[in-house]
Write a protein that binds this ligand. Structure first.
Ligand code: WT7
Length: 659
């Protein structure tokens, strides 16, 4: 094999020595020179300033936004409930749009969009502003008011961003539901948020086929009597059913609607959005973010971490259905007046080089994607990358899961031409924005480490009592002080908010992740310590998948665990016991996988289903997940099994051939 054939990334035999050597990749002098925080000393100065008076530090960041009315009190912290910039008024859409119309940015591209079939559209800040104003007025015309919840179930088209910003403009709280979620998952989210309206499309393009979004909405709404209005974007031209009085075509609804829509001056703590995420129970949590603090954090982190410059073309590949899409496709970059690339479809459609082709043609400068995508590209081979001129790139980022050093090094070499720094960004739906990350002009990076908390963020690795663990030891990742982008509550369930995040470690926000800090103060994320699995960068609750499985009439009991997967980080193994007399077989496997896809979406479809006569349990009846994880991973179980109620159950777990 030649030096360049990075077919599966394994021929990088120098990786181990490189890791042993603990090599640090320093940003080049040329890169550092042009950045806001351009040296370790500048970073340290900012960090020291932030930790000396964190609230003041965040106030200075908040002042970079446009406020209609200044705040009276920067932080009101009644553990565990925070309010930031109390008494202040602002509008998120005005900060992302109107602010940029006053100078040369007015005619700058805000969104460059490409559909999967290849259509292209560019919206300047002025055009995007106009579309948002017209659509905001349309929402008002349809009866949507400040404080109403609006579900958005859209493909990756500019109108998805328009819908979000239009809601923000009038003070309606959006709840974006990922277009890959099933009708049932959509229904649950609409019901929980008591959404009054749904914004959707006839469909979206994915892998050469139409995702029938409107049909899923129709199914979901059969059980959502609270939804009075549905706006349907004509995207694919497919045939859909429209319910008289309830459903309106987007393109028709805005006919004759004016573009004069002053942004509502909203309280800093006005709910901007709800985003559902999986936790360690069967029911997804509605993570609530508010306006002033969230936008402060999103704007500051986008600028510092991605070093956003006037001429950048920033491409974050995340779907707007995830928090990454909220903070780094829409709010963060637009608040900075940046140009974003938005792409509708799948990475390998029509060919495995689609991403590189997009980067070359649109001269993308900053590229932010998920490790799982990088691993898929590694597997496909570097020849697809090398076909394209990627010299426009100057900075790379990753998010969503730990990145293995092999993939990191491949990314750096093949995509970044050994020239672009990589920012490995750790954060969560709950944190609103990036929490732990290099600053690209200042931080030396180590492959696989998210490096250090951003200035202003007090993250630490502690034991169960909240005491910091010694350097090098594993512990629990917490945040010890409130920060502006933090979630404010779980929608409709403050008790769950407290229990989930603030009851496990005294005085701290608990992230659910394990981590360790090395001798240089670098954070290494070790993964979830709760019943949450991370599949291809997407967070899934084992309990949620279990409840989908036991919802099947033939299933008696189910336990779901993650198993290591080279590509996706983790795969899903389900251990299932069937009702007596029901035969286990391939049809049952298909039926159960289908049941999960129906209840949640294809992303949650188990990779492996194993049938058992009984599940291994402790005397108190708790399923022994640790043991099942070992079985799923094919590891000989090492743990203590003396409390196993039925020791024989383990031996009876039969792998069923699968794909
Ligand atoms: C969980 C949050 C934040 C946007 C995408 C995921 C894992 C996230 C990293 C990283 C290691 C990471 C954590 C975290 N995670 N980024 N850079 N390195 N792990 O958002 O669905 O809320 O999931 O993703 O386990 O807790 P999310």
């Amino acid at each position: 094999m030649t030096e360049h054939s990075a077919g599966n990334g394994r021929e990088n035999t120098n990786i181990e020595s490189l890791l042993k050597e603990g090599r640090v990749f320093k940003p080049s002098a040329a890169f550092s020179k042009g950045t806001e925080v351009g040296s370790p000393a500048a970073w340290e100065k900012l960090r020291a300033q932030a930790s000396k008076s964190p609230v003041k530090f965040w106030e200075a960041r908040a002042k970079e936004l446009r406020w209609e009315k200044p705040w009276k009190k920067a932080l009101d912290w009644k553990f565990p409930f925070a309010k930031w910039f109390v008494g202040g008024k602002l509008n998120a859409s005005a900060n992302c749009l109107d602010r940029h119309l006053e100078g040369p940015r007015a005619n700058k591209a805000a969104i460059i969009w490409e559909g999967e079939p290849g259509e292209q559209r560019t919206l300047t800040y002025r055009q995007l502003h106009r579309e948002v104003c017209v659509f905001a007025n349309t929402l008002k015309k349809l009866g949507i008011r400040s404080g109403d919840r609006v579900a958005i179930y859209m493909p990756m088209v500019p109108e998805a961003a328009v819908a979000m910003l239009a809601c923000a403009r009038i003070g309606a709280t959006h709840s974006v539901v990922f277009g890959g979620f099933s009708a049932e998952a959509l229904r649950d989210r609409i019901q929980d948020a008591q959404a009054k309206a749904v914004i959707t499309a006839d469909g979206g393009w994915r892998k050469g086929a139409i995702v029938p979004l409107k049909a899923a909405v129709d199914d979901a709404l059969a059980q959502c009597p609270g939804v009075e209005t549905v706006v349907v974007l004509r995207r694919c031209g497919s045939v859909v059913s429209m319910k008289e009085g309830r459903d309106h075509w987007w393109q028709d609804a805005l006919r004759g609607v004016g573009a004069d829509c002053p942004p509502a001056a909203l309280d800093a703590e006005h709910p901007l959005f709800i985003l559902y995420t999986s936790g360690s129970t069967g029911k997804p949590k509605g993570v609530l973010h508010t306006t002033g603090g969230y936008l402060t954090h999103a704007a500051y982190s986008a600028r510092l971490v991605f070093d956003l410059k006037e001429n950048d073309v920033f491409w974050c590949t995340a779907d707007i259905g995830w928090v990454t899409g909220h903070s780094y496709v829409v709010y963060g970059p637009l608040a900075n007046g940046a140009t974003v690339l938005m792409y509708e479809g799948a990475p390998m459609t029509p060919a495995p080089d689609r991403f590189w082709d997009l980067i070359e043609r649109h001269r993308v400068t900053v590229f932010y994607t998920a490790p799982t995508a990088i691993r898929a590209f590694v597997r496909l081979g570097a020849e697809h990358v090398r076909k394209h001129d990627l010299s426009s790139l100057r900075l790379l980022g990753t998010v969503g899961e730990p990145i293995n050093p092999e993939a990191w090094l491949w990314y750096r070499k093949e995509v970044g031409g050994d020239r672009c720094p990589i920012v490995d960004t750790w954060w969560q739906t709950e944190t609103g924005g990036i929490m732990i990350s290099p600053l690209p002009g200042a931080t030396g990076t180590k492959p696989g480490s998210a490096t250090k908390p951003l200035p202003g963020i007090d993250a630490a690795v502690v034991d169960k009592d909240g005491k910091p663990v010694p350097k090098g030891s594993g512990g629990l990742l917490v945040v010890r002080r409130p920060w502006p982008g933090m979630l404010r509550t779980v929608y409709g369930d403050p008790e769950r908010y407290r229990a989930q995040y603030f009851s496990q470690i005294p005085g701290c926000y608990f992230t659910g992740d394990g981590a360790r800090v090395d001798k240089d103060g670098y954070f290494w994320i070790l993964g979830r310590v709760d019943d949450v699995i991370n599949v291809a960068g997407h967070r899934l609750s084992t309990m949620e998948i279990e409840s989908a499985l036991v919802g099947h009439p033939r299933v008696a009991e189910a336990a779901v665990v993650g198993h290591p997967d080279e590509l996706k980080g983790q795969g899903i193994t389900a251990f299932v016991t069937l009702q007596t007399g029901v035969a286990a077989g391939p049809e049952m496997v298909d039926a159960l996988k289908g049941a999960v896809a129906k209840a949640i979406g294809s992303i949650a479809r188990p990779d492996v289903i194993r049938f058992a006569d009984a599940l291994p349990k402790t005397r108190s009846g708790k399923i022994m997940r640790r043991l099942l994880r070992d079985v799923a991973a094919g590891v000989k179980t090492s743990g203590d099994t003396t409390t196993l109620e039925d020791f024989a159950a383990l031996a009876k777990l039969q792998p069923v051939q699968d794909e």
